[in-house]
Each structure stands twice: as C-alpha cells, then as structure tokens.
Write a protein that binds this ligand. Structure first.
Ligand SMILES: Cc1cc2nc3c(=O)[nH]c(=O)nc-3n(C[C@H](O)[C@H](O)[C@H](O)COP(=O)(O)OP(=O)(O)OC[C@H]3O[C@@H](n4cnc5c(N)ncnc54)[C@H](O)[C@@H]3O)c2cc1C
Length: 344
C-alpha cells in the first residue's frame, strides 16, 4: 500500500505534481482554497523548458486542444521608443489561466486524485508527506517598494508581435495574443511604500498619456470579469535547500515576471519532485532525503536563470536604462539570444 501525498495549493505546480504522482499510482490529496475556473494575475505566456515537462507528462497536447496558441515573436517598447520585432529562439505558448488551471484540475480528478476545492490548509506546519505548492510568499514591502500585479483580457487590440513588452518608470506590461481575438494585458508595477495610488486599474494598465502603450490600448475593450490583482509580491530569489519544507513553484521562489518563466518553473519543479515523491510513497526513501533531493535538483535547475532574471529586472527599473534596453537589446542578435537563453 503506497503512502499518500498531500499537496497544499492547486495552482500549476500543485496540480502538475498531483497529475505526475497519480500517473505513478500514488494516492494524492490537493487542498485548494479557491474554485475553478478562475482568472489569475499572469502574463499567460509559457516560455522555456516547462513545455518539455508538460509534453513528458502528456499534457502539452491537452493544452493545445484547449486553445493554447504558439507565440513566436516579441517586440519591446518604452514610453516613446519601439524595437524591431524579434523571433523567439524557442517558441512559447499562450493560454488563459482561466482555461489552464481548470484543465489541469479536471485531469488530476480524471486520474483519481482527490481535489479538496474551496478548502484552505490552516496548519502552519508542512510535516512529512506534505508538499507546499501554495504560491508566492507575501511580503508587503521590499527595499522600500510595494510590488503589485494587474491583469485583464481585452479585445480590439492590434499587436505587432505575439508578445509586446511595454516598459515605463512605474512598471512593465506584457500584452500577448490569446485565442479568439483576445489579448491578455498584464503588468507588474511598483510604488514607494509611503505613496498611495488613486488611479483605477484600466488607467494603470493603459499607461501614461501619450505613451506607446496608451496608443496601443486606445481602443481596447476590457473584459471586466477577467480583471484580477495581486499585491505583496517578493521577487527576491530563494534557495530551495534553505527551506525546511518540500516546496514547488512560487512557494519555492519567484522569478521576475519579465522573463515569462514562472509557469515554466512551476511545471519543472513539479516534474523534478515526482520521482523522489514516488520513491517516498513506495517507502523506498525517507522523507528528509526526499525533501533534500528535490531541493538540490531545483536549485541546480534554477540558480543561473534566477541570477540573470534578477539583473534583467533591475535593468527594467533602472532610470535611464529603459530606453537603452528597448533600443539596444533587440537590435543586437547576440545580446537578445544571450539574455533569452540565460533567463530560461
Ligand atoms: C504580474 C505577473 C505576471 C506574470 N506573468 C507570467 C508569464 O507571462 N509567464 C509565466 O510563466 N509566469 C508568469 N508569472 C508567474 C506565474 O504566474 C507563477 O509563477 C505561477 O502561477 C506559479 O504557479 P504556482 O502553482 O506555484 O502558484 P499559483 O498559481 O499561485 O497557485 C498557488 C495556489 O495555492 C492556493 N493556496 C494558497 N494558499 C493556500 C492554502 N493555505 N490552502 C489551500 N490552497 C492555497 C491558491 O489559491 C493557488 O491556487 C507572472 C506573475 C506575475 C505576478
């Protein structure tokens, strides 16, 4: 009789792990405080090795059948300057989280997993057999800044590339194509810990008057039901071996969203955890060893990209560097390929 694994959090990392464990016959319970389907603050742009993880678990086809579309090009904009359209050296896919999370939840249930939807895990302790997949760790203020994310779907927006990245002094906004002539508009913003922001969300997403982002979104018809927000983000990289608990996804560490690699890391960390947790479930490996093995593998996988993503995130907000980023990086094939490769 295999031991049961409890996963706290039915987001991408928790569900992917649950699916992988069920494919190996391990009993799994996932606790999810929310309900499906639901919108999430996310650029909805899946880029990097996580696509291979999805393929290995037989999930990539499911996503494509559910409306995931390929994203092959990107363009960059500051408030006044634009870059040429660049090919992505590794194609990404775009899919609404409203569809994606629900799809994975259904697949987990189909495989016999127990999904405790609408049930919050209240215990502070993540003891033996419990995996922490409950997403980002809250941090109200980091280095004097409050970080927050906004997202909404919109229609009537013509893009020059599959992904447009617009940078401004207060944050950056990714606009990516989705199926059915929709786009996802999602931004990461910061404000100083002392200042407030009385602006409404469409105003913040649209950007400063006269900016290229505002021009791009001038005719946008936002879907109000898809709007969501998140605050208290911490973008400081964390090492998995420093955690006492077994963690996957954002619960382990968050990568700056500019890379479009957070979902990939959720899928990759979940995949890395499957084999050790199966061994634990079959009583072939003790818990402490299982937890440490997963942590070491995650650190090895993510260390380099987290370091590069941190540098890129810093450049996105460094005064005077934004125009240079938009002008220089996409114009130099070498720089563009190097940054793209190092952050995934
Ligand atoms: C502004 C912004 C833009 C982004 N854009 C992109 C992008 O374009 N591409 C990309 O790859 N990544 C992007 N990301 C990152 C990506 O969204 C995350 O990395 C990804 O969602 C992490 O998945 P997860 O499963 O770890 O966490 P989540 O998806 O956050 O799932 C955690 C789950 O745990 C549940 N939960 C929490 N606490 C409890 C509890 N106590 N009991 C039960 N359930 C609980 C929550 O309800 C949630 O469903 C972006 C992030 C932000 C903030």
């Amino acid at each position: 009789m295999n031991k049961e694994i409890t996963i706290v959090g039915g987001g991408l990392a928790g569900l992917m792990l649950g699916i992988g464990l069920r494919q190996n016959g391990i009993p799994v319970k996932v606790w999810e405080s929310g309900h499906y389907p639901r919108h999430r603050v996310c650029g909805e742009f899946i880029s990097g090795r996580g696509q291979d993880s999805l393929a290995r678990l037989g999930l990539l086809e499911l996503l494509k059948n559910a409306g995931a579309i390929p994203a092959k090009t990107a363009a960059f904009f500051s408030e006044k300057k634009s870059s040429p359209v660049r090919e992505l050296s590794l194609s990404a896919i775009s899919l609404s989280r409203h569809v994606l999370d629900n799809l994975l939840a259904q697949e987990f249930r189909r495989l016999g997993g127990e999904l405790r939807e609408g049930e919050r895990w209240h215990e502070a302790d993540f003891a033996e057999g419990v995996v922490r997949a409950n997403g980002r760790r809250m941090q109200a203020v980091e280095n004097g800044w409050r970080w927050f994310g906004l997202k909404a779907h919109a229609r009537n927006v013509e893009l020059t590339a599959d992904l447009e990245m617009h940078v401004s002094p207060s944050g950056y906004v990714g606009i990516c194509r989705l199926a059915n002539d929709e786009v996802n508009v999602c931004g990461l913003f910061r404000r100083s810990a002392e200042s407030g922001d009385a602006r409404k969300w469409p105003e913040i997403l649209r950007g400063a008057v006269g900016s290229l982002r505002q021009q791009r979104l001038a005719g946008a018809k936002f879907d109000e039901d898809s709007f969501c927000s998140v605050a208290g983000l911490s973008l400081r990289p964390r090492r998995a071996v420093a955690h006492k608990e077994c963690c996957v996804g954002d619960a382990l560490t968050m990568i700056p969203p500019v890379t479009g690699n957070g979902m990939s890391m959720a899928f990759e960390s979940a995949e890395v955890a499957i084999e050790p947790l199966v061994a634990y479930g079959r009583e072939e490996m003790p818990w402490a060893e299982t937890q440490q093995l997963i942590a070491r593998r995650c650190d090895k996988l993510f260390e380099r990209r987290l370091a590069w993503a941190g540098r890129l995130q810093w450049m996105m907000f460094a005064p005077g560097l934004q125009n240079a980023l938009v002008s220089l990086v996409p114009r130099s094939e070498w720089l563009w390929q190097m940054l793209f490769k190092q952050t995934r």
